[in-house]
Design a protein around this ligand. Structure first.
Ligand SMILES: Cc1cc2nc3c(=O)[nH]c(=O)nc-3n(C[C@H](O)[C@H](O)[C@H](O)COP(=O)(O)OP(=O)(O)OC[C@H]3O[C@@H](n4cnc5c(N)ncnc54)[C@H](O)[C@@H]3O)c2cc1C
Length: 403
């Protein structure tokens, strides 16, 4: 009877897990069908989440079926609803309503993360987001509909709630997106509302002057120390007592790991990520690996940990798939290490800022950094060609994402 490596999720981590598992079987001379690699996800497409603050386009999802066919990964349409680590099984609900149970010999949980929407009055009903492709499409349609409304401060204003990485990138895009819809003469206004005392609180002081300079040049303003307390169809209230009239409030604060992480026994962070060992196994959950945004993994011996980022999800994916296959074959795995950390933050028409190191020292800013960001967002994070040899070579877990 054949054995099965089951991967949950077709994001950056899931796709690279599948390719790396296929590579490991190939290298071991076991690509003979005796071990199946199955991947369950709602769609056989890579959703390119880092681009979701842009106007929605067809390029925001990349097809995976030709790639999976080329390397021998079986795609299973559906959502995993339940994971039973005791019996090594998952329950899958397909779009046509069919329910099935799949057994696994090794499980790789790569179900990613979702935006957390806290209990703030009106937030769930009225705030938009750029978290998933559907959210980006709903926001784009709403923004387009603003053109049919009479001119007003609320129509012309976008409030971005949360001044972290995603909030800054989103805010930097909004003046141009609003003008494209409302006309160059419209009195557009974009306000970032951040509860911390500084923009980009998690980004540290390194890139902050560049971010502030760029946002100011784009006409974006910000409120600090001002948590959003209520949202309605016509604006937001803040903890500072301010009311900002806006038809478009975009919530960007705080991703949480997939709720499936709660079905795996093990230690978790407050954001839901499962603690994993150096091989990305979940201690206490036999045969289970977690990866990408679902995993909390040490990147080095200095106390740094992977972030919910593409950069980490790609490397974590390659390691998890490789190690799940190696574990099943009784071969040694490869310890996950990703000591080099960079950020490239899009700052809209102003440019971008590129930093290196965990203290985020600015190495590039403006147009030069923007060219790099474009390369990352339109090429580097996309799937490899649907060619078996090229795809397996690209899935080498020893190959750094950032050299
Ligand atoms: C607007 C925005 C901008 C960003 N910018 C950057 C950036 O500039 N740089 C950067 O490094 N990172 C950025 N990120 C973060 C990055 O997109 C994530 O860290 C990355 O997508 C994580 O990859 P993942 O594979 O772990 O999860 P995801 O990409 O979330 O993929 C999860 C997969 O699991 C599937 N899935 C979920 N639930 C189930 C289920 N129950 N059953 C089966 N399948 C399931 C999903 O459909 C999807 O296929 C950004 C994110 C956003 C939203």
């Amino acid at each position: 009877m054949s054995q099965r490596i089951l991967i949950v999720g077709a994001g950056f981590a899931g796709m690279w897990s599948a390719l790396a598992a296929a590579r490991a079987l190939d290298l071991a001379g076991r690509a003979d069908g005796s071990i199946e690699i199955a991947l369950v996800a709602p769609e056989p497409f890579l959703h390119v989440r880092p681009r979701f603050y842009e106007p929605v386009s067809a390029e925001m999802k990349a097809p995976l079926m030709p790639l999976f066919d080329a390397v021998g990964v079986r795609y299973v349409q559906g959502r995993v609803e339940a994971i039973r680590t005791g019996t090594s099984e998952v329950d899958v609900l397909a779009d046509d309503g069919t329910r099935s149970t799949m057994a696994y010999d090794r499980l790789v949980l790569a179900a990613g993360s979702q935006l957390h929407r806290p209990q703030i009055a009106g937030l769930r009903e009225h705030a938009f987001s750029v978290d998933q492709l559907d959210d980006a499409a709903i926001l784009a349609a709403h923004m387009q509909s603003l053109a049919s409304l009479p001119d007003s401060p609320a129509r012309n204003t976008v409030v971005v709630a949360g001044g972290g990485f995603t909030g800054i990138e989103t805010a930097a895009e909004m003046p141009a997106r609003l003008r494209a819809i409302l006309g160059e003469a419209a009195a557009v206004r974009v306000v970032v509302v951040e509860q911390a005392a500084a923009l980009g609180p998690d980004l540290g002081p390194g890139p902050r002057p560049v971010i502030e300079q760029a946002l100011a040049a784009l006409g974006v303003s910000w409120r600090l120390g001002a948590a959003v307390t209520a949202v309605d169809a016509d604006g937001v209230g803040t903890a500072a007592g301010e009311r900002i009239a806006s038809r478009t409030v975009i919530w960007t604060a705080g991703p949480r790991a997939s709720p499936l992480t709660q079905q795996i026994p093990g230690a978790r962070c407050r954001d839901g990520r499962l603690h994993v060992d150096r091989y990305l196994r979940v201690p206490g959950a036999e045969r289970v690996f977690a990866t990408g945004d679902a995993a909390y993994a040490a990147t080095d011996d200095l106390g740094n940990h992977a972030l919910m980022s593409c950069q980490h999800a790609m490397a974590l994916g390659r390691n998890a798939g490789n190690n799940a296959a190696a574990d099943l074959l009784g071969l040694p795995g490869l310890a996950y290490r990703q000591p080099k950390y960079v950020t490239c933050l899009d700052l809209g028409p102003w440019g971008a800022v590129y930093t290196e190191g965990w203290d985020r020292q600015v190495k590039m800013a403006g147009a030069e950094a923007k060219a790099l960001k474009r390369m990352i967002n339109t090429q580097w994070i996309y799937p490899p060609p649907a060619d078996r040899a090229q795809a397996l070579a690209a899935a080498d877990p020893a190959k750094p994402v950032v050299a």
